[in-house]
Design a protein around this ligand. Structure first.
Ligand code: IMP
Length: 425
């Protein structure tokens, strides 16, 4: 399989968890390289549903090593809960999970700051997951963050944590946070020390571990979180998350150099969704109502209904450019089974000006009106189809068209959440 980076080609929630699970069959190691427990990867195996937030989806298969890389921000208390929850579901989490010693930590004051900033922003809020992701990455960039390596060093951790809590409580007070919302050193220290003790056995230098794996010729799958347009550099800033979710992030977030990467797989839905605020040019109430009525498109982490729209080929073409996508996996094809006329955005317009690319200014993007091409719907259930030739010709035509517009080779079509609902093209 070689070393593969898997990224979301839209605004996150593209169904990456399932595709990662499918591709993991041929991988030796699965590495998560960015984001934190703002992500929610849902995987169905048989009738069982697994929702993963920090632990790579590879954990659900035997004999795969899962790595949480240095680019991830880790809430250790929530990671311990996730590991315990997986174990309760009968999943082995032991020597098959490794946590980078240089990954940064998320603390309760990060979550509180996340919340207070959102309140202060009022109608300009980002609509974050309130998991403290932005403030944690902010501390990392400001060089005041605490890392896993600190957590497992009891004395050093205590001292550093005390200083960070003092400073952040002052900041929170300035934001107008109520005294009850300030972090108490004693409680935070006790909870994090317990989490540190639990996690100690998983902690390692993942950079040298992955370098040795590359030298052995192991197959590594880099599991992207969120999506291209939530990338801190390439997304619809400021309506983005705080990490590099695009393919480049796989190198910085793991320590594996670019020349070791062989292939980039982009995952995209057959339509478009987004959670949180920010521009979504093809947003459409009708398609949102239809998908929500089908019980689809509710966030895995926060349960929020996702905003929905038609497929946006201007956006996915941009994703191909930024990530260097070679192959595409299209998910949720079955979500369009009942639609009579399917629209695909091929260009944007503001007045007489036409845009064939994604404008960098989120305000300009929010004024863009989509120019659509129309496709006849196949109006046949596809969720039981297992072979490319078994798909209705109109569905095949649609898939080929969106792959061509996106500029990469279609390699997978997914018609449901289960492993077997996967069609290799
Ligand atoms: P944050 O990552 O919690 O700071 O949220 C920033 C933006 O990214 C918000 O619009 C969130 O809804 C969005 N976001 C973060 N994680 C995910 C995800 O896993 N899927 C989809 N959207 C996400």
């Amino acid at each position: 399989m070689s070393n593969t980076i898997l990224v979301g080609a839209q605004w996150g929630d593209e169904g990456k968890g399932k595709i990662i699970d499918v591709l993991t069959e041929d991988a030796d190691i699965v590495v998560r390289y960015a984001g934190g427990n703002n992500a929610g990867h849902t995987v169905f195996i048989g009738r069982r549903k697994y929702v993963l937030h920090l632990v790579p989806s590879g954990i659900l298969r035997r004999n795969k090593l899962c790595v949480i890389g240095n680019g991830v921000v880790v809430d250790p208390v929530s990671l311990v809960d996730e590991i315990k929850g997986l174990r309760k579901q009968g999943v082995k989490v032991d020597g098959n999970l490794v946590l980078s010693e240089t990954a940064h930590l998320v603390f309760p004051y990060h979550r509180e700051l996340d919340e207070q900033r959102e309140i202060l922003k009022g109608k300009h809020k980002i609509g974050t997951t309130k998991r403290g992701i932005g403030p944690a990455y902010g501390d990392k960039a400001a060089r005041v963050g605490l890392r896993v390596i600190d957590l497992v060093n009891r004395e050093r951790f205590k001292e550093k944590l005390r200083r960070r809590i003092e400073e952040n409580n002052e900041v929170l007070k300035a934001f107008g946070a109520k005294p009850s919302r300030l972090a108490g050193f004693k409680e935070v220290h006790a909870a994090y020390r317990a989490a540190g003790d639990y996690l100690k056995r998983f902690v390692a230098n993942t950079v040298t571990l992955l370098s040795e794996a590359c030298q052995r010729g192991d197959n590594i799958l880099f599991e992207g979180a969120q999506g291209t347009f939530l990338d801190i550099d390439h997304g619809t800033y400021p309506f983005v998350t705080s990490s590099n979710t695009t393919a480049g992030g796989a190198c910085t977030g793991s320590g594996v150099p670019p020349h070791r990467m062989d292939r980039v797989v982009g995952v995209m839905k057959a339509y478009t969704t987004r959670v949180g605020e920010g521009p979504l040019p093809t947003e459409n109430a009708e398609i949102a109502d239809m998908l929500h009525a089908m019980g689809r498109e509710f966030g895995a982490t926060t349960g929020r209904p996702r905003r929905c729209g038609w497929f946006d080929a201007v956006a996915t073409r941009h994703a191909t450019m930024v990530n260097g996508i070679d192959e595409l996996a299209v998910t949720n094809l079955d979500g369009l089974d009942a639609v009579e006329t399917i629209k695909v955005c091929i260009s944007y317009r503001i007045g007489k000006a036409r845009y064939d690319y994604v404008p960098s200014d989120a305000e300009v993007l929010s004024e863009c009106e989509p120019i659509y091409a129309e496709f006849e719907g196949w109006r046949t259930p596809t969720s039981k189809v297992r072979m490319w030739k078994g798909l209705p010709p109109k569905a095949r035509m649609y898939l080929k068209a969106i792959a061509e517009l996106t500029g990469a080779r279609l390699s997978i079509a997914s018609v449901g959440p289960a492993r077997e609902q996967t069609i290799f093209v």
